[in-house]
Design a protein around this ligand. Structure first.
Ligand code: COI
Length: 329
């Protein structure tokens, strides 16, 4: 069995080698993102493993002609894959579900950094400004925190937060008893009106597109702190910038941002970044920006590769696959 893995980073190579041996598969490791031009590199492979670059109908057609029957994205989100077209071709698509602690711990770190004004404290320290002026923070334990989305990551965030003693409100289409033991499930309207801090852990869908917009921001508490470690499309960036500029929003921590796709994970040291919203946000002392790194731990990267190979194998053998996300009739 042969799997082509696209967008392989140097830090993934040893893990691909380890799990390739463990599962007895031949791997074609390709450092490039998949495109119509390099689709042929998967010829002879029954499955491909990808990450976040768009997997279009045209690309799927080329892979299908070359014998690919499974596309596994070694990410939780799979909005970049045309799963309907894949289903029409009979190609199984799957994602992975790596340790949720990775993003959940990063989320709590981001919350604490935002409410303790850590960007300003650290920036000032570098300039040997050790004054206390303007860097007085707030305690998490006295806040009402809203967790929107209580899947594996949202639930892990709730679990982590439960140790801080804050009031936790949760919102999801599906109520989970394990999360309900630690948080009070409420409607979104109550999240907007009651929370001092709101964190988002939902996929990028039509329903979650611009969930945070001018209207919903206007319903939030003055000085609300917004945390987004999920997908940039959840927040209308222009609306957030306006809310931060006028003080409606007190702070934000964003590991993701709209239109990050061609920017994050690349080096722009010697060239301009063509995303003005990102520049405006980064210039704000109360906004913490990180380049979609919440997932990036030893444990998660290992899970991503192991589960992606397992999922490819299940798909190739026609076995049941817990990660399959499209239905093939
Ligand atoms: C995901 O797994 O969905 C992520 O957001 C991480 C990915 C960009 C590597």
């Amino acid at each position: 069995m042969k799997i082509a893995a696209y967008s392989c980073r140097p830090d993934e190579l040893a893990l691909f080698e380890k799990f390739g041996k463990q599962y007895g598969v031949e791997l074609v490791l390709i450092p490039h993102t998949p495109t119509l031009k390099n689709a042929h590199m998967a010829k002879g492979c029954q499955a491909v493993s990808v990450v976040t670059s768009p997997i279009s109908a045209e690309l799927l057609d080329l892979w299908h002609e070359d014998g690919v029957r499974v596309v596994s994205t070694r990410t939780v989100g799979y909005e970049h894959v045309d799963i309907q077209h894949a289903a029409r071709l009979g190609i199984r698509v799957s994602n992975v579900s790596y340790t949720p602690n990775t993003v959940a711990e990063y989320t709590v770190m981001a919350m604490l950094m935002a409410i303790r004004k850590m960007k300003t404290i650290m920036t000032r320290y570098m300039g040997q400004d050790f004054t206390l002026n303007g860097v007085r923070g707030r305690e998490l334990c006295r806040m009402t925190v809203g967790v929107v989305g209580t899947g594996r990551i949202g639930e892990a965030v709730i679990r982590n937060l439960s140790g801080f003693g804050c009031r936790i409100l949760a919102c999801d289409l599906q109520r989970k008893e394990s999360a309900a033991a630690l948080a009070e499930y409420v409607e979104l309207e109550q999240i907007w009106s009651s929370c001092d801090l709101i964190t988002f852990h939902t996929p990028a869908t039509e329903v979650t597109y611009h969930l945070v917009n001018r209207d919903t921001l206007s319903k939030m508490k003055d000085g609300v702190v917004l945390i987004n470690m999920a997908r940039g499309s959840i927040i209308d960036t222009d609306a957030l910038i306006d809310a931060l500029e006028c003080g409606k929003a007190g702070a934000a921590a964003l590991d993701v941002v709209e239109n990050e796709g061609k920017i994050y994970y690349r080096d722009f040291k010697d060239k301009p970044v063509r995303n003005r919203q990102m520049a405006v946000l980064q210039a704000m002392p109360n906004v913490i920006m990180t380049p979609h790194t919440a997932f990036f731990t030893d444990e998660a990267v290992s899970d991503m590769i192991a589960y992606s190979i397992q999922s490819c194998l299940a798909g190739i053998k026609g076995e049941e696959d817990p990660w399959q996300v499209n239905e093939i009739r």
